[in-house]
Design a protein around this ligand. Structure first.
Ligand SMILES: [Zn+2]
Ligand SMILES: [Zn+2]
Length: 168
């Protein structure tokens, strides 16, 4: 897991440290499915700003996750752009203004990146926005084999009648 030691930074007030860092990402579990980051380590833009009252950390990257589509279980690739900020006050007594990712001068970049990706995930991961999903009747993939069963056709006729009745 990637960490960054902030003690070795000798930043003066108002100074900025900017660096490209390879941040390792874990495998994500989402909706009971596994999503693997490809590549496992993302190139992140990491910035530290020294202010009067503390340090501001910024992490920006795009994670690419591979895993199953929530609708059809086919392969889905998801790009997750992340822009995250954390602040650490110089005085220790201000709990509100201290980042949970800074542990004994080691900024936990992987843990932070993992949480930031989790927060940025969409409600559903789909192979494409209009994925047709699986047939509820026979379980076949409706993207590769679009079809309807006789009973479904009847159902949709009923649905049409029902909606007509609602309008009357
Ligand atoms: Zn799908
Ligand atoms: Zn079917």
């Amino acid at each position: 897991m990637t960490t960054f030691n902030v003690r070795r930074l000798k930043l003066l007030l108002g100074e900025e440290h900017r660096e490209q860092i390879e941040v390792e990402l874990p495998v994500f579990t989402f909706g009971g499915e596994r999503y693997v980051p490809v590549p496992e380590a993302v190139a992140a833009e990491f910035v530290v700003n020294r202010a009067v009252t503390g340090m501001l950390f910024t992490l920006a990257f795009t994670a690419r996750l591979h895993g199953p589509c929530h609708r059809c279980l086919g392969d889905a690739v998801l790009e997750v752009p992340v822009f995250a900020r954390e602040y650490q006050a110089s005085s220790d007594d201000d709990e509100e203004l201290s980042t949970p990712y800074l542990i004994e001068d080691e900024l936990q970049l992987s843990g932070w990146a993992r949480d930031a990706v989790s927060l940025a995930l969409p409600d559903r991961i789909l192979c494409r926005p209009d994925c047709a999903g699986l047939c509820p009747e026979c379980g076949e993939n409706l993207n590769t084999n679009p079809h309807q069963h006789a009973s479904q056709a009847t159902d949709s006729r009923w649905a049409a009648l029902e909606s007509l009745r609602d309008q009357l």
